[in-house]
Design a protein around this ligand. Structure first.
Ligand code: GRG
Length: 308
């Protein structure tokens, strides 16, 4: 996935070369993901796991984790296994989300969905395999990180994935399907859990691995919650305004499924305004960190400027 014009526009204010930064980080993450999962017997499941894990994507979650590790004085090396685990978890959630029993999508990241290529049975198992492997990878591959910090990371990832995170958000999302009276409170619950929870885990895990002070972890958590919700509002806007080619997945799905979205409650203009306001609040949380927080500042701007 290549970052283009919208990044150049968003970086003008921050005088930080986000385009170069993201490209460099993406290359590092792609290589680490590729190394993390070799194909062994039974080949079919490893191929299915690799098919989705290496299918592109913005790699936003690992990049956030690496960025906060560096902000808190850590190294890329100490954060990379957790960064990869976050992408494994994100990818497995996309595989399961695309299944016929859930969103029933044919395309993801510009390619056929996992179940379209490997069948539903293998797609379910590929998701399960990636989820389990994420935890194994953090535990086995993390170097130069004290065990108490790693234990905290395992707890944070588990919470972000489970009923208190992605799974809980997905359940309320499924329950809300076809309802015309979904409240803003319910919509916020869905997206704070489905989208913001893993983004928050990505941001705070990097800081925790590097041994950040608790007050800084809290500041970064507030930054992440704000960008997480803004990210989803923009996702809802793009479902209406972007093309299938730009999105790499079917466009207009929300309207077609008559799903409650931020634009369906607020309209497009107010949705854009709310996303901008959340980004402003997110950036305010970074003020204390000064220049080392430039990547996180620029990523916040990118979230509202992106076109995919
Ligand atoms: C986690 C055990 C477990 C099961 C999955 C299906 C499910 C439960 C949860 C759904 C989670 C989901 C699909 C949330 C949507 C998150 C979202 C905004 C995805 C798009 O993220 P991008 O734009 O995608 O970062 P790329 O492809 O760039 O990585």
């Amino acid at each position: 996935m290549v970052f283009t014009d919208e990044v150049q526009a968003s970086q003008q204010d921050s005088r930080f070369d986000l385009l170069a930064y993201l490209a460099e980080r993406q290359t590092l993450v792609e290589a680490a993901l590729d190394r993390s999962l070799p194909v062994i017997y039974p080949q079919k499941i490893y191929e299915a796991m690799r098919y989705s894990l290496l299918a592109g994507g913005k790699r936003l979650r690992p990049i956030l984790c690496l960025a906060t590790s560096e902000l808190a004085g850590g190294t890329l090396e100490m954060a990379m296994p957790t960064a990869c685990a976050l992408e494994m978890i994100h990818t497995m959630s996309l595989i399961h989300d695309d299944l016929p029993a859930m969103d029933n999508d044919d395309y993801r990241r510009g390619k056929l969905t996992n179940h379209k290529v490997f069948g539903e049975d293998i797609a379910i198992l590929a998701g399960d395999g990636l989820l389990a492997y994420a935890f194994e990878h953090v535990a086995v591959e993390s170097k130069q990180v004290p065990a108490d910090r790693l234990l905290r990371i395992v707890a944070i990832l588990g919470r972000a994935v489970g009923a208190a995170g992605l799974v809980g958000g997905q359940v309320v999302d499924l329950e809300s399907e076809g309802k015309t009276d979904v409240s803003l409170e319910t919509l916020n619950f869905i997206h704070n859990h489905k989208t913001a929870a893993l983004l928050e885990a990505s941001v705070i895990s990097g800081a925790i691995l590097a041994g950040a002070a608790e007050c800084d972890v809290q500041r970064l958590s507030r930054y992440a919650k704000n960008i997480g919700l803004a990210f989803q509002i923009v996702d809802d806007i793009l479902d209406i305004t972007a093309t299938q080619e730009e999105l790499g997945k079917t466009a207009g799905k929300d309207l077609q499924a008559q799903k409650a979205t931020y634009p369906s409650i607020w309209g497009l203009e107010e949705s854009r305004h709310q996303a901008q306001s959340l980004i402003k609040d997110a950036k305010a949380e970074l003020a204390e960190f000064g220049a080392p927080a430039r990547p996180l500042m620029a990523i916040a701007d990118f979230i509202t400027a992106r076109s995919h």
